[in-house]
Design a protein around this ligand. Structure first.
Ligand code: CDP
Length: 212
């Protein structure tokens, strides 16, 4: 069983994906971490994430063990990720790994949950379940501010809002694998939902689908 969760930044994909994987006994892949790691690798080598040659090289030789997990969830990493993610060669280099994970999940799991921007449209167009997780820009920006403050980072709310708006525009406007719901995706707006509410709504959809 393959579950594809796509959507914009801070819509609640990661939390929902982890909860679904736990609940259904599936493996979980945060595909954003691959783009974040690629962006961080370019920055650490002193390069520019928008430089196609440097970014492609980083994606092709990506070694997750060399990147500290705490360096992945920073705003700088998210920004670098969305720049390298617009480069077709980077997406091509990361595609195989994601497809292999989906079709042969680790630890003998019977399926996988993948979250990202193009799982239902490009990586796994044949996924059994596709959910497009979204929320208003204001709500997503509030959640990201809280996530960063909880980690002890000093943040300026208007800056997080503007950065998120810029990242949305870049993710939706790029020529390759732009962020958009697959035609057969269920759109789940989590604006008024907490993590439990989002999990309940996703499970209700999955159950209704399996009865059809
Ligand atoms: O957690 P957040 O939603 O902020 O970001 P993320 O899921 O870690 O993704 C970071 C960036 O990687 C996004 O802004 C996208 O540009 C890119 N990405 C992508 O292009 N395709 C994916 N499947 C996952 C992430």
């Amino acid at each position: 069983m393959i579950i594809a969760l796509d959507g914009p930044a801070a819509a609640g994909k990661g939390t929902l994906a982890r909860a679904l994987a736990d609940d259904l006994g599936l493996a979980y892949l945060d595909t954003g971490s691959l783009y974040r790691a690629t962006g961080v690798a370019v920055l650490q080598a002193g390069g520019d994430p928008a430089d196609a040659a440097a970014a492609e090289r980083a994606a092709q030789t990506l070694d997750l063990a060399k990147i500290r997990p705490q360096d992945l969830r920073t705003e700088a990493a998210g920004d670098a990720a969305s720049k390298v993610a617009a480069i077709p060669g980077v997406r091509a280099a990361l595609l195989d790994y994601q497809r292999r994970f989906a079709h042969s999940p680790p630890d003998g799991k019977r399926g996988a949950v993948l979250d990202g921007r193009d799982i239902g449209t490009v990586v796994c167009p044949d996924a059994d379940v596709k959910i497009f997780v979204t929320a208003s820009l204001e709500e997503r920006s509030r959640r990201r501010v809280k996530e960063l403050r909880d980690k002890g980072e000093t943040v300026i709310e208007s800056r997080v809002f503007a950065d998120m708006q810029a990242r949305d525009a870049r993710d939706q406007g790029r020529g390759v694998a732009p962020l958009k719901p697959a035609d057969d995706a269920f759109v789940l707006d989590t604006s008024g939902l907490d993590a439990q509410g989002a999990l309940a709504a996703a499970k209700a959809y999955i159950e209704s689908k399996s009865k059809r």
